[in-house]
Design a protein around this ligand. Structure first.
Ligand code: ZN
Length: 94
């Protein structure tokens, strides 16, 4: 009798794993027809929301369009003005 109970418990345990795995994604799936993220057609070079980048020297935030790129320090570093670009990046973050 005990063996039978153990067998039943074993079967339940074996079946429970895959079943609970199958159920979880179905529950997390949101209702269709409602996209979580809208298409990003305004992102880019349009006049939509712009990239705000920090000056590598003083840390002031400014639109990427107005920022001066510092190619000699790498393409990711930008500066707020020519003076700061000349001074170069400053790593102290305070
Ligand atoms: Zn600056």
């Amino acid at each position: 009798m005990t063996k039978f109970l153990l067998l039943v418990l074993l079967i339940v345990a074996v079946l429970w794993g895959p079943l609970s795995r199958l159920r979880k994604p179905a529950r997390q799936e949101p209702a269709r027809g409602k996209p979580a993220q809208p298409p990003t057609d305004t992102a880019g070079r349009g006049n939509g929301p712009q990239d705000i980048v920090p000056c590598a020297y003083c840390g002031v935030h400014l639109p990427r369009r107005e920022a001066l790129p510092g190619p000699e320090h790498g393409p990711t570093l930008v500066f707020c003005c020519a003076e700061h670009r000349r001074l170069g990046p400053r790593s102290s973050a305070t």
